[in-house]
Design a protein around this ligand. Structure first.
Ligand code: SAM
Ligand code: SF4
Length: 336
């Protein structure tokens, strides 16, 4: 049986891909209700159905022992979880963890950015789908743009190594804002990624009615900006372009128009401790029962994680025309 103290096996799946990146959702709850992410009347998990912060820290430590060098904390909205900062402080200095990064909607950043930087967070992704206050409120249903922009300013002042905006464009909702969002990113010398909408969970619209292809967005942006293909890679579905004469890269996260699965280096852990081997498939391993049955012995958890590599699927299977969502769980549950 693998022992964490004497061996450090790597996570390599049946297709030879090494997993060195985990995304951990620390809550399914959120102060926003973005139309593409959640239904209006979401029901959330009860407290004991969700990993404790101590269990989150233990899992991160185990994965780092297994060769994971990058951890993204996400949600739901990770910064609305009580004491979230404790977790960042706990894992921020782990030996072998080179990149502790965060995805947030920015609503709590004005208060927390400096402490997150201090805890060891290297880079932050902030979701911003519109720069028009009313439209922003319509998309997020409960969010206020001014609060998020205050958060962004606090993050810039805190001096993170990188800040990136994440934007989901939806047809006839905000797809006319790609150029403005890029201009905003250039002005603030930060990066921006456009994420294609994915069919995760049941929402109030059919996904193909709002889908905007990143290929179309790229063409629009190329008519306004001089874009140079960048070799920058995060090992995932994003392809990057450098804006000429600017300190801004534009990423395109394109699960539909670009097949990225062959270089997939990541797995996701839901706030319930489910280890999902692929964002677009149901294959998973339940880690919470193991964590709770063996509170002081990591070996069974390590064994389950190592065994999970044999069921990591070759790739996802998104199809927007399907009536049902490709995957029934919401992104906020699995962690985006
Ligand atoms: N609340 C945080 C936020 O909004 O950044 C973190 C969690 S959120 C699930 C992570 C990312 O997933 C966000 O950038 C969001 O825009 C994106 N997202 C959520 N649902 C999506 C969907 N169905 N398709 C594509 N992106 C989605
Ligand atoms: Fe919340 Fe992020 Fe989902 Fe929006 S995208 S509802 S901010 S979890």
């Amino acid at each position: 049986m693998p022992n964490a103290h004497t061996t450090s096996p790597k996570l390599i799946d049946q297709f030879g891909r090494q997993v060195d990146y985990i995304r951990l959702s620390i809550t399914d709850r959120c102060d926003f209700r973005c139309v593409y992410c959640m239904s209006e009347d979401m029901t959330f998990l009860s407290r004991d159905e969700v990993l404790s912060l101590e269990e989150c820290a233990r899992l991160v430590r185990i994965f780092v022992q297994l060769g994971v060098s990058k951890v993204r904390i996400t949600g739901g909205e990770p910064l609305v979880r009580k004491n979230a900062l404790w977790l960042f402080n706990e894992i921020g200095q782990l030996k072998g963890l080179h990149e502790l990064v965060l995805t947030t909607n920015g609503s709590q950043l004005a208060k927390q950015a400096a402490a997150l930087k201090q805890a060891g967070v290297k880079r932050i992704n902030i979701s911003v789908d519109s720069l028009q206050p009313e439209r922003f409120n319509r998309i997020t249903r409960t969010g206020h743009l001014a609060q998020v922009l205050d958060g962004l300013r606090a993050a810039i002042a805190a001096g993170f190594e990188g800040i990136k905006l994440n934007t989901v464009l939806m047809r006839d909702t905000n797809d006319d804002e790609a150029e403005d969002l890029v201009a905003f990113a250039i002005q603030h010398q930060i990066d921006i990624s456009f994420i294609e909408e994915m069919p995760l969970g049941e929402v109030n619209h059919t996904r193909d009615s709002t889908f905007v292809s990143n290929l179309d967005t790229l063409k629009r942006l190329q008519s306004k900006y001089s874009l140079i293909p960048s070799t920058h890679s995060s090992g995932g579905p994003a392809r990057y372009w450098q804006v000429a004469n600017a300190n801004t890269k534009i990423g395109f996260i394109s699960p539909h128009s670009h097949n990225f699965c062959e270089s997939c280096n990541r797995v996701r852990i839901s706030c319930k401790g489910e280890l999902f081997l692929c964002l677009g498939q149901e294959d998973k391993v339940e880690l919470m029962p193991l964590l709770r049955a063996h509170p002081t012995n990591d070996a069974p958890v390590i064994e389950a994680i190592l065994n999970s590599m044999s069921i990591k699927p070759k790739g996802h299977d998104f199809d927007l025309k399907r009536a049902a969502p490709a995957v029934v769980r919401f992104m906020s549950h699995t962690g985006g």
